[in-house]
Design a protein around this ligand. Structure first.
Ligand SMILES: [Zn+2]
Ligand SMILES: [Zn+2]
Length: 350
């Protein structure tokens, strides 16, 4: 098959012919890739930031990235009876065991015996990818692989935080969404579909804020160097501070904005990363009884829920497609901030 190989860090990907993946276990599934989202994590891999983690797992270069995959079932192991060749599917990023404590609790991301295509196993920047049956979400009619591939990581990550926030984002509450990019644009739409909370979106990009209203924001606030946006956000909450913050940025000062816009009993859901969270325990933690909750991707069933929202038209992805051979265009466009929406590679058209 053709695959885009990361052969050397900081060098362009090389499209070459490699052996097809093979069924190795009864629950394995081989998927013909129809769409693979190009994620910022792929840039971190291209940078070599995953080198130690990959070496620890016995994985080296050349490597096939791509962990936001959708396509059509091409082959199934002998133990897979609920999928047929040709079914259109979206893949949960983790291929899990089904037997461990966390799998039995529905906590797929914490499975103790999993493999992770695109991070620690060959991924979807190729004509075919191997996963297992527990990762496969059948697509309802009307949705194609290219419509949904980035939901498999960016989408489910954004949605998982929204799902945790819903019990607190009651009518009359204020929810501050930090970041209206790849994750934020899905988070805002999901939040709007599921809650009557007042949504306040903060971003550095005026263009992103324009779209945020279409996605469901009630208010938009431009993030500024002098941090005066914090006072603007607090004004929009009637001076009391927000009940909920969804931080899809997690660096560059957003992590501090989150603390300062929270009101009493407020909850900060941490999704973006890179920064350091500093909280004055007495003044900003104990007295207002604030909470800080970490979020990592999300469980299988939440990906099914997100696909249902997409099928209803409640969540729409903004994306730009590239052929497999165009992978370096996708890489540089994302790296240089020129990309409109999510970059999606299309190794097979249908
Ligand atoms: Zn990703
Ligand atoms: Zn497990």
């Amino acid at each position: 098959m053709r695959a885009a190989l990361l052969s050397e860090y900081h060098k362009d990907f090389v499209v070459d012919t490699v052996p097809d993946p093979e069924i190795t276990a009864p629950d394995d599934v081989i998927v013909r890739v129809g769409a693979a989202g190009f994620c910022r994590t792929d840039i971190h891999m291209w940078d070599g930031q995953f080198d130690a983690m990959q070496k620890g797992a016995g994985v080296g270069l050349p490597f096939i990235c791509g962990h936001e995959n959708a396509g059509w079932v091409a082959e199934v192991g002998a133990g897979v009876h609920h999928l047929s060749v040709g079914d259109a599917v979206l893949l949960h990023p983790m291929a899990t065991c089904g037997y461990c404590h966390f799998c039995r609790a529905g906590e797929d991301m914490h499975c103790t015996d999993s493999f992770f295509p695109g991070i620690l196993a060959p991924g979807g920047f190729a004509e075919y990818v191997r996963t297992n049956a527990r990762a496969v979400v059948p697509l309802p009619p009307g949705l194609t692989p290219v419509d949904v591939a980035p939901l498999g990581d960016a989408g489910i990550t954004a949605y998982h935080a929204v799902k945790k926030a819903i019990p607190y984002a009651v009518p009359g509450s204020s929810t501050v969404v930090l970041g209206a990019g790849g994750l934020g644009h899905i988070g805002i739409q999901a939040l709007r579909a599921m809650s009557a909370t007042e949504i306040i979106v903060v971003d550095r990009s005026p263009a992103a804020l324009e779209h945020a209203r279409e996605w469901g924001a009630d208010h938009t606030v431009l993030a500024r160097e002098d941090r005066s946006h914090v006072a603007d956000v607090r004004d929009l909450t009637g001076g009391l501070g927000a009940q909920v913050v969804l931080d899809y940025v997690g660096e560059g000062g957003a992590e501090r904005d989150a603390v300062e816009v929270l009101g009493a009993k407020g909850i900060d859901f941490l999704v973006g990363y890179g920064g350091t969270l500093q909280v004055k325990i007495l003044e900003e933690g104990l007295f207002p009884e604030t909470s800080f909750v970490s979020c990592i991707v999300g469980p299988y069933n939440e990906l099914v829920e997100l696909v249902r929202l997409a099928a209803r038209g409640s969540v729409r992805l903004t994306s730009t497609t590239f052929p497999l051979e165009g992978i370096n265009d996708a890489l540089h466009a994302l790296d240089e901030g020129r990309l409109v929406g999510r970059g999606v590679l299309v190794p097979n058209e249908s």
